[in-house]
Design a protein around this ligand. Structure first.
Ligand code: PHE
Length: 521
């Protein structure tokens, strides 16, 4: 992933693109602006304006969140939908591993050996829901899916960078407090040297100094000498004496580290900031919710061999992966949610320009690992949240629920930088697990002996996914955004929110409306 993804620059770019895109995107923005996406149920689909389908046949390729939400909404409105899914389960990248789950990649098979306990699961794909993703939250509400708080931010978790602080993990609260303190002190100095005289009058400079004193927890001389915000040296309140404030971390070392690159403010990104949620018991509760409503329309283990526009509709050749039988399905329209990485290798009779455009679409690879373990991190006061490292594993996620239970699932790697993803993917599952254990030692001594039952997932090694999510840049070519004859592309990759279920649902809404508009004519 581009490290700039969660920053304001990308957000501005995002808003710019919404404005430029017009159509559904502008509508979405306008709806959000008017508060229409926070209707009582919070479900954007309430405002979905679809013409009655009167049996119009729609073939949907892919039973992920985009495909199932389309089938659900369209069949409610009289369209005759059928979903073709290559894998033996619905859900696509929304996949949760628990006791007995088989994890098959193109060159390996793993079995999840977590204990048989509903609290012991790992979300291999999506794992968090932002509070403003009204559509996905709306479906959670509609399907009675219980949610609980998920937190990216944990001041008691760690930041580890092999280039700084002797490679020792540092508590996030120290890094944040000491960064702010150092910045505030430097800024106060520049004010005192009259460097801002041209920009601010004396009164405002006084106010700014007061602001900085609070912002950085500076002393009366506007120096930063450490703060209780960074946590105390030893046990807090062990006796009746006050806690000892630690000396600030060396700011030069903070600058040397990658802390400030994007990790420091990751939890402030629009899509990552509190309040975040997760479904109780696993993200695939969302899959279950949809599947309970559309399973009758889904043909699993059926691979798409070829897609053709015809004079009057669309034909899809497919193969039953169990029997090897092939057949041709016909429909008026096709909603194709197959990731572009896979779709571009499926024969079709689309214009050459469409096929050329597809070759230019890029995906993040992304990989994850998860382990079962006693909750040793809770003994250190770490409840949920993320530790960051400059090692390949990049992130460690502590479980956001089940506190103080005997066992928990720790995400031992969540990788999104290209080189790291490739290194991870190219290992066998056993090698991945061993290397994750080793890297985990840098953050938690003794880690490799405590964690067990490791599982891994590399999304670009999944035959029917071949990637984790579309990279935000370059943008999806315009030529892929409209009708390709009778075929419409949908999925997270066709949205302004690549890598989010919300994006999948919004993209499905867009194509449903476009199809409905053609039915109307
Ligand atoms: N939605 C995914 C996540 O939260 C992937 C993603 C990460 C998408 C960062 C965009 C930015 O991890």
């Amino acid at each position: 992933m581009s490290k700039s993804k969660p920053t304001g620059v990308t957000r501005r770019e995002f808003l710019k693109r919404i404005a430029a895109a017009g159509g559904y995107a502008a509508t979405y923005q306008a709806m959000a602006g008017l508060g229409l996406l926070t209707t009582q149920s919070g479900c954007g689909t309430e405002t979905l304006a679809l013409t009655e389908g009167n049996g119009t046949q729609v073939i949907i390729l892919g039973a992920g969140v985009a495909g199932m939400s389309a089938a659900y909404e369209m069949s409610k409105r009289g369209y005759s939908c059928k979903i073709i899914e290559a894998r033996n389960r619905a859900g696509g990248r929304n996949e949760t591993a628990r006791h007995g789950t088989t994890l098959q990649e193109i060159d390996s098979v793993q079995t999840c050996n977590f204990d048989n306990d509903p609290g012991l699961y790992a979300n291999l794909g999506p794992a968090r829901l932002p509070h403003h993703h009204r559509n996905v939250l709306g479906y959670c509400k509609e399907f009675n899916i219980a949610l609980e708080i998920f937190s990216n931010d944990n001041r008691a978790a760690f930041f580890h960078d092999s280039k700084a602080f002797g490679g020792q993990p540092v508590q996030t609260k120290r890094l944040l407090a000491d960064s702010r303190g150092a910045i505030a002190e430097l800024f106060a100095k520049t004010i005192k040297k009259n460097a801002l005289d041209e920009d601010m009058n004396a009164e405002d400079q006084e106010k700014l100094l007061a602001y900085l004193k609070n912002f950085g927890d500076l002393n009366a001389q506007h120096q930063y000498t450490g703060s209780s915000r960074a946590g105390f040296k030893d046990t807090v309140h062990a006796t009746m004496t006050p806690g000892v404030i630690q000396a600030p971390l060396d700011f030069k070392q903070i600058l040397t580290s990658e802390f400030w690159d994007y990790k420091m403010h990751f939890a402030e990104g629009t899509d990552q900031a509190a309040t975040m949620f997760q479904p109780v018991g696993g993200m695939d509760k969302i899959v279950d919710g949809f599947y309970a409503r559309v399973s009758g329309l889904v043909e699993l283990e059926t691979e798409v061999l070829e897609i053709r526009n015809t004079m009057s509709g669309v034909e899809v050749d497919c193969k039953n992966l169990n029997t090897g039988d092939t057949k041709t399905l016909e429909a008026k329209f096709c909603i194709c949610t197959i990731p572009i990485t896979v779709l571009r290798n499926i024969p079709n009779n689309f214009d050459t320009a469409i096929n050329v455009a597809m070759t230019g679409v890029t995906y993040e690879k992304s990989g994850k690992a998860a382990f079962q373990s006693t909750r040793f991190w809770e003994e250190q006061g770490v409840y949920g949240g993320i530790s960051w490292t400059d090692q390949d594993i990049t992130q460690m996620w502590y479980p956001a629920s089940g506190f103080h239970q005997a066992q928990g699932i720790i995400v031992g790697a969540y990788i999104w930088d290209e080189a790291q993803c490739v290194r991870f993917a190219n290992q066998t599952p056993t090698e991945r697990i061993e290397s994750c254990k080793l890297q985990g030692e840098a953050i938690h001594a003794g880690y490799s002996r405590m964690v067990k039952n490791g599982i891994t997932r590399s999304w670009h090694k999944m035959k029917y996914q071949q990637g984790a999510w579309r990279t935000d840049l370059p943008e999806i070519p315009e030529i892929l955004q409209g009708a390709i004859g009778q075929v419409y592309l949908a999925g997270e990759h066709m949205s302004m929110l690549p890598g989010w279920q919300e994006g999948s649902i919004i993209s499905a809404q867009k194509v449903m409306e476009e199809i409905s508009h053609r039915v109307e004519l």
